[in-house]
Design a protein around this ligand. Structure first.
Ligand code: MF3
Ligand code: CO
Ligand code: CO
Length: 250
């Protein structure tokens, strides 16, 4: 069932979304060579909790940490670890979900550690751009498949691979609600988008092939070809004429 949020519920989602985005703003200056992904986790955890919210990943289906930190060939759901030290030239995605006053705000960004390679910089810039292009076409009456079609077409034209196994999702009182929002697909297919729907778009774009596997920890998803993967995510609400991003920091 796809829920339509009321004006009051949307206002609460603005609050949780803003806090999640502010967490990503906060963490940016801490991302540098020599820092462990565990340190990023602790900083984000403390920031979220000190603002009266709960870091939704913590204990979610057994996930052991408060954020996901996905480095280089990790596509998503990387587990923060004190033994994982970031090094110059890495890319790291930090995915934050804040649960505040009963509603979730889910957003992620991919950061450079030190100086990126040219191909990493292009992939990361492309991924952020295609997320915003997709947000730009959202409006009532369109279909979920239109979003995936845009992302897939644009990514494949650049020679990139679009991840299939993980998708955007409805969000609200639930962390992951209906519908699923694939980042591939066909125009006019899938559920119709209506005013008041809240969902994420969160394309995972691979430098190489789309294929991935999950490590024996049950979470860490990595590319089969060992090439890097980038991701950006926002939580949106559908308005009369388009979409409003709920995960903005101001
Ligand atoms: N925040 C992720 C998403 O965008 C989900 C993380 S689930 C976790 O949907 F358990 F790995 F934290
Ligand atoms: Co999400
Ligand atoms: Co997320």
């Amino acid at each position: 069932m796809i829920t339509i949020k009321s004006a009051r519920e949307i206002e609460l989602m603005r609050k949780s979304g803003r806090l999640a985005a502010q967490t990503l703003d906060m963490i940016a200056e801490h991302i540098k060579p020599g820092v462990s992904t565990e340190e990023l986790n602790t900083l984000c955890h403390d920031f979220i909790v000190s603002h009266g919210a709960y870091p939704a990943p913590l204990n979610y289906k057994g996930f052991p940490k408060s954020i996901c930190t996905s480095v280089n060939d990790v596509v998503c759901h990387g587990i923060p670890d004190k033994k994982h030290i970031l090094k110059d030239g890495d890319i790291v995605n930090v995915d934050v979900t804040a649960l505040l006053e009963g509603f979730h705000g889910d957003t992620n960004r991919t950061y450079y550690v030190g100086t990126p390679s040219e191909e990493a910089r292009k992939l990361v810039e492309f991924t952020e751009k295609v997320l915003h292009e997709a947000i730009g076409i959202v409006k009532p009456g369109m279909h979920v498949g239109d979003i995936g079609h845009l992302i897939q077409t644009r990514a494949e034209a650049e020679g990139y691979g679009v991840v299939r196994e993980f998708t955007g999702h409805g969000i609200g009182r639930g962390f992951h609600e209906a519908p699923s929002i694939p980042h591939y697909g066909n125009p006019g297919k899938g559920p119709k988008i209506r005013k008041g729907m809240t969902f994420t778009i969160e394309p995972m774009i691979n430098l190489g092939k789309p294929d991935l596997h999950v490590l024996s920890d049950g979470w860490t998803a990595i590319t089969n070809d060992g090439k890097i993967s980038a991701q950006f995510e926002h939580t949106l609400v559908v308005t009369d004429t388009g979409a409003e991003i709920l995960t903005l920091s101001n």
